[in-house]
Design a protein around this ligand. Structure first.
Ligand code: NAP
Length: 497
């Protein structure tokens, strides 16, 4: 495919207006049209027009559409990996795996549609006292999606937000992430092919290229947009969430923002396998240059000889990890600022990488439990290969640390026989803090499955109780509608009996 840097609006590739230049890790920069308010407005109107058909398509029609998107992405597989690696610096194997995850996600939602359980249909037959009541889930309307920088496929143009919104019956407008405009364009082209194959309205899926805040703000505030999916930073996510709430008609803003994914290492587990925990932690911390929302950035254990073994093992595993390019210059710079701020806040550097331009190597810091508790700056996410060890003085202090955590995507516990009592104290606390709790594992792998929860109390997500991964993600774009005494001929096909 020849890259054109254009938007996909109402079924046509559109250009015009100002441009920006991409900043790939390798290869030539691309000239990209910089969408703004006008492009978002045209797309929103086309999406609303499309909703009048797409919102009433059958589950089977939408299942076939999702499968056609997966097929079209696979047909472009090599091209997607080539431009994706050049733009992001992520390795071939990672992008190939992420592509499989993306197509698997689309096909999983096709299965969810065919099963139909997500509709949560409820019937109450008319009786002397009661009317005939039928309830099921219906789509919101046009949805805005922000492509994420760190997953150019699985959380981007055809990623989880798009797949779940399309499955629900909502047309989607994606604001592409400026860190990977070429990858975004190829994937948008695959979706366009699938729309044509399935004969769907032109505004069913649209794509606006942009590196300006104007497009993002326009998407969140456009009166025809009914919900937004976002993955990114706490600062930007919070300001867009506030914007969504200040609209004349507020809409749900499903933001996945920040998480430090704490790991609690209990004494018996430490006595048995401190070295393995240390090296395992280093592996999880550095995957994808640490650019995972589930990166386990903080490890809490009691001060002990075993903790020294853990730190030595982590440090020696990290010594083997070379510096590597991060997704953008800005992310690399923010990483160093976050790392330096943690050192300024009192954390001791067990391993300090330096880093320059777009490249960074891992950092390992340590701090006492008392210092961590007294300085909330140490509780903030540092996005990248950054780990901080919190050495608690007592088990009670480990519990106090758990109580002070903000909302998280995940919390992990390493435990063995003998750790049950402390585990029983920690679990009810961590259950209130995180959407997913793991034992004796690492949180970086996130399975796309019916039982997955990828969300948590704020700031992990802006809407507590929602997930952006797994089949439950579809619920974010649905609303229950009750049909009272509606004649059979008017009922949606899915509700007729
Ligand atoms: P970001 O800065 O939050 O940007 C996310 C999206 O919002 C981009 O499309 C960006 O596009 C847009 N945007 C930025 N400022 C905006 C504004 N004021 N109004 C409207 N839209 C705006 O995230 P990022 O670029 O992916 O990475 C920056 C930082 O985000 C990282 O260093 C990391 O801390 C965090 N991050 C966290 C996660 C996670 O999963 N926890 C994932 C990715 C990133 P424009 O630049 O075109 O405006």
């Amino acid at each position: 495919m020849i890259f054109t840097g254009r938007h996909l609006i109402a079924g046509e590739w559109a250009d015009g207006g100002p441009t920006f230049t991409s900043d790939p890790v390798t290869g030539d920069p691309l000239t990209v049209f910089n969408g703004g308010r006008d492009e978002v407005d045209r797309a929103a109107k086309a999406a609303e027009a499309a909703f009048r058909t797409f919102g009433w398509t059958s589950r089977e029609e939408r299942a076939r559409f999702l499968e056609a998107i997966a097929d079209a992405i696979e047909a472009r597989g090599e091209e997607i990996t080539a431009i994706g690696t050049a733009e992001t610096g992520l390795l071939d194997a990672r992008l190939n795996g992420e592509r499989g995850r993306t197509t698997g996600q689309l096909r999983l939602f096709a299965k969810v549609l065919r099963e139909g359980d997500y509709l949560d249909r409820r019937y109450e037959s008319a009786s002397d006292a009661n009317p005939d009541l039928r309830l099921m889930q219906r789509p919101f309307g046009p949805v805005g999606v922000f492509g994420a920088s760190n997953f150019p496929l699985a959380f981007s143009v055809a990623g989880g937000d798009t797949a779940s919104a399309l499955a629900a019956g909502c047309p989607v407008i994606v604001k592409g992430h400026p860190a990977h405009p070429g990858t975004g364009e190829i994937v948008a082209d695959a979706i366009l092919d699938a729309m044509k194959t399935c004969g769907l309205p032109k505004g069913t899926f649209q794509f606006v290229q942009s590196n300006s805040r104007e497009a993002g703000e326009a998407l969140v505030t456009h009166p025809l947009i009914t919900a937004v999916g976002f993955t990114g930073s706490l600062g930007v996510g919070r300001s867009l969430f506030d914007l969504a709430c200040r609209r004349d008609t507020p809409i749900p803003f499903y933001g996945e923002l920040g998480s430090i994914n704490p790991v609690f290492c209990l004494p018996a587990a430490m006595a048995k396998r401190a070295g393995d925990i240390g090296s395992g932690w280093a592996g999880s911390l550095t995957m994808g240059v640490g650019q995972f929302c589930t990166n386990p950035g903080v490890l809490i254990a009691k001060e002990s000889d075993a903790l020294e073994i853990l730190v030595t093992a982590a440090d020696s595993a990290l010594a083997d990890v070379d510096d590597a390019p991060m997704l953008t210059q800005g992310i690399a710079q923010s990483y160093r600022e976050g790392r330096n701020a943690a050192v300024d806040a009192g954390a001791e550097a067990a391993r300090r990488s330096g880093g320059s331009d777009r490249r960074n190597a891992p950092d390992l810091l340590r701090v006492s439990g008392t210092e961590w508790l007294s300085n909330s700056r140490l509780h903030e996410e540092v996005f990248g290969p950054f780990g901080i060890v919190v050495a608690a003085q007592t088990e009670d202090q480990m519990i106090e640390i758990a109580e002070r955590l903000e909302g998280q995507l995940t919390a992990s516990i390493h435990l063995e026989d003998g750790d049950e009592a402390l585990g029983q104290h920690l679990l009810p606390i961590l259950e209130r803090k995180a959407g997913r709790i793991l034992a004796n594992g690492w949180p970086t792998g996130v399975a796309v499955s019916p039982a997955m929860m990828h969300g948590g109390p704020y700031p992990a997500t802006t809407v507590n109780g929602t997930t952006s991964v797994g089949t439950l993600a579809i619920q974010r774009f649905l609303r229950p509608v009750c049909y009272q005494n509606i004649p059979q001929a008017l009922l949606p096909a899915d509700l007729a009996k």
